[in-house]
Ligand binder design. Structure first.
Ligand code: PGA
Length: 249
């Protein structure tokens, strides 16, 4: 596992964009696993800037997002579909038919989950999966206790996660109680993983994930078992790591 500590959020975003750009340069038709949340917003802004500058060609990539709220149609302003449109897809030439997010309003969510896994497999698997980390150590919406062999499925959101995401909704009780999320196994099958963490609110989760035991109680700890993980964090998120760790730049 490679650990990089960025000076600030801007550098974190640039370093993350360097990783994504390198994968796409090596394989123009790369399959990218993408994440929502506050953390990757700077990465997406950087990708948009590089795409506009002609430094990054996203025309052949395929994308699969980690998750979507159950029950929200793509038109809902707090849907992850809308988030991805606003921060990335509206501004870059990724082809519409190559953009994948689970449909929150699928009439048969279980069938939607199976179809999502099948679509990832049909695309040849994920070349690079971008991840944030929850304050509780979640990856995607795989909350503590999620089995390591889980695949895309309907999951319950914890009270902590619903509270953390309430800022995107008009009222806290509007936050959905469930989501469709890639599973831990789905994430672990990606050929490379890029974990991003910013701010002191993530420091405990980062330390537990990177240096604690591998346990379903800290879903991100499973990444210790993946052969190709890069963690990019700012100093605040790295604040509880042992002193020697994280100096791998
Ligand atoms: P955040 O969320 O980027 O908004 O902090 C990360 C996560 O919960 O996975």
């Amino acid at each position: 596992m490679q650990q990089l500590i960025a000076r600030d959020y801007r550098e974190l975003s640039r370093l993350a964009a360097d990783r994504v750009s390198a994968v796409v340069a090596e394989k123009p038709a790369a399959v990218l696993g993408l994440a929502t949340g506050s953390t990757p917003i700077g990465l997406y802004a950087e990708l948009v800037a590089r795409s506009r500058a002609g430094e990054l060609d996203l025309r052949q990539v395929t994308t699969f997002n980690l998750d979507e709220y159950l029950g929200l149609p793509r038109t809902h302003p707090a849907s992850y579909w809308q988030f991805m449109q606003a921060h990335l897809f509206r501004h870059v030439p990724v082809r519409a038919e190559r953009i994948h997010l689970p449909r929150g309003d699928a009439p048969d969510p279980e069938a939607e989950c199976r179809a999502y896994e099948a679509a990832i497999a049909a695309a040849g698997g994920i070349d690079l999966q971008v991840l944030g980390i929850g304050g509780n150590g979640h990856i995607g919406f795989n909350e503590p206790g999620a089995p390591f062999d889980s695949v895309t499925r309907v999951v319950d959101l914890t009270a902590e996660t619903r509270a953390a995401n309430a800022r995107f909704f008009a009222r806290p009780d509007e936050v959905p109680r469930q989501a469709i999320s890639m599973g831990i196994r789905t994430i672990m099958q990606a050929r490379r993983i890029l974990l991003l963490a910013s701010g002191e609110g993530k420091a405990a989760a980062v330390a537990a994930a990177l240096t604690g035991p591998v346990t379903t109680a800290v879903p991100a700890s499973v990444l210790q078992r993946h052969p190709d993980v890069t963690v990019i964090m700012d100093a605040a998120a790295a604040g509880l790591l042992p002193a020697a760790a994280g100096s791998g730049r």
